[in-house]
Design a protein around this ligand. Structure first.
Ligand SMILES: Nc1ccn([C@H]2C[C@H](O)[C@@H](COP(=O)(O)O)O2)c(=O)n1
Ligand SMILES: [Zn+2]
Length: 165
């Protein structure tokens, strides 16, 4: 019997892990996930956007609008930063990061400093924002490869019904 042909690509697998991680986000408006992979295609870090450990996501704001301290922006850790900080304690030199959204300038600093050498992203919807322009400028200058994923599939459906395995 030949092997199964419709298995998903490495890119779709790792971006899928990033997107699944985003399902843990408590952000009501934007759920972002990231997944870091080493040169042997081993997953070494996964993260989603959320508040720091011990900072209650029931007491801190999730608003997008209003005065800065009353919005989520000062407090939320971005998915990429969490994926870096959650890494399994290894050197991230030469790794690549899959992220649902193109990294902001703050995350790109952490990406560069961690030694990650490739960013694969799904959406660059904030490309015109100055944080994205600064991010792209730093990543390119630092020699980090930037690649917008070309998914091999439009969606992956995960079913938890036991009769599907
Ligand atoms: N590359 C990114 C961009 C954004 N986030 C997170 C941070 C916030 O929770 C949220 C902000 O998005 P908005 O609601 O203003 O569209 O998304 C991230 O983790 N990584
Ligand atoms: Zn960021």
């Amino acid at each position: 019997m030949p092997k199964r042909a419709d298995y998903i690509s490495w890119d779709d697998y790792f971006m899928g892990v990033a997107l699944l991680s985003g399902k843990r986000s408590k952000d009501p408006s934007t759920q972002v996930g990231a997944c870091i992979v080493n040169t042997q295609n081993k997953i070494v870090g996964v993260g989603y956007n959320g508040l720091p450990i011990g900072v209650s996501d029931d007491q801190f704001p999730w608003e997008k609008e209003g005065s800065y301290l009353d919005t989520k922006y000062p407090y939320v850790c971005h998915a990429e930063l969490n994926a870096i900080l959650n890494n399994i304690g290894i050197n991230l030199e030469g790794c690549k990061i899959y992220t649902a959204l193109f990294p902001c300038n703050e995350c790109s600093k952490a990406i560069i400093q961690s030694g990650i050498k490739e960013v694969i992203y799904l959406s660059d919807k904030h490309a015109a924002k100055e944080s994205s322009i600064a991010s792209r400028k730093m990543l390119q200058t630092a020699g980090v490869t930037l690649r917008k994923i070309i998914p091999g599939t439009s969606e992956v459906v995960l079913s938890f019904s036991e009769d599907q395995v």
